[in-house]
Design a protein around this ligand. Structure first.
Ligand SMILES: O=C(O)[C@@H](CO)OP(=O)(O)O
Length: 247
């Protein structure tokens, strides 16, 4: 049996301000740091340990991983950063307040932009100062690999090569894997792992900073999954994420 631990980053400054974030590289808040440290304490107390760690190239996820590892006395573990684990790109919505956007366009439109499987938000212009194409961390990518917007289907398409090339082989070799990423890149992985339909994935929300444990069989098929710690608190936190697009 293999165990895979997925952690969405702790609260970010734009989570606190209820802004669409996507590839914008915002920091953790003090609460976000505490959530990450609490996740590390919980993992340690429950006897978890890891061999290899994966995260995105965005600091809210990277710092979450660092705080987790610091609490576990494991800051020396190898860490692989990949843009493929970045948050879903939110296009021209990046930076806008979610509830103001719902007031302007309606809650159902915002729900489509936030959660539909195959309808992306309006795209950024490549000339928009928010566009990440000039960012040095993506300099090895072809311009069209750097999205101007993404629906979850697009995120699945860029996360899956990372599952196939890195995460799955590491797990299969018996490595204990922890991954710190983002609400929608984790939704993409969970959709694949649990074979969730395009319709049902709309209802799945991932809370900040709570370790989500997948137990996998030898073929890496899920046996079961659960949030570590207080299950009711995790469900409440997921419901609060769902409600962020209300007016
Ligand atoms: O803004 C974002 O990038 C994501 C995660 O914070 O938000 P949502 O839950 O609306 O997809």
């Amino acid at each position: 049996m293999h165990k895979l631990v997925l952690i969405r980053h702790g609260e970010s400054t734009w989570n606190l301000e209820n802004r669409f974030t996507g590839w914008t590289d915002v920091e953790l808040t003090p609460l976000g740091i505490e959530q990450a440290r609490q996740a590390g304490r919980l993992l340690k107390a429950e006897g978890y340990d890891f061999d290899v760690c994966y995260t995105s190239v965005l600091q809210r996820a990277t710092h979450t991983l660092w705080h987790v590892l610091d609490e576990m006395d494991r800051t020396w573990l190898p860490v692989v950063n990949s843009w493929r684990l970045n948050e879903r790109h939110y296009g021209a919505l990046q930076g806008l307040n979610k509830s103001e956007t719902a007031k302007q366009y309606g809650e159902s439109q915002v729900q489509v932009w936030r959660r539909s499987y195959d309808t992306p938000p309006p795209a950024l212009e490549a000339t928009d100062p928010r566009c990440e194409r000039g960012d040095i961390r993506y300099s090895k990518l072809a311009p069209d690999q750097i999205p101007l917007t993404e629906c979850l289907k697009d995120t699945v398409a860029r996360v899956m090569p990372f599952w196939n090339d890195a995460l799955a082989p590491a797990s299969q070799r018996g490595k204990r894997v922890v991954l710190a990423a983002h609400g929608n890149s984790i939704r993409a992985l969970v959709k694949y792992l649990d074979n969730i339909s395009d319709n049902d994935i709309v209802g799945l929300n991932i809370p900040n900073g709570i370790p989500l444990v997948y137990e996998l069989d030898d073929e890496l098929k899920p046996i079961r999954h659960y949030y570590l710690g207080d299950a009711e608190a995790a469900a409440k936190a997921a419901a609060a994420v769902a409600a962020q697009g209300k007016t």
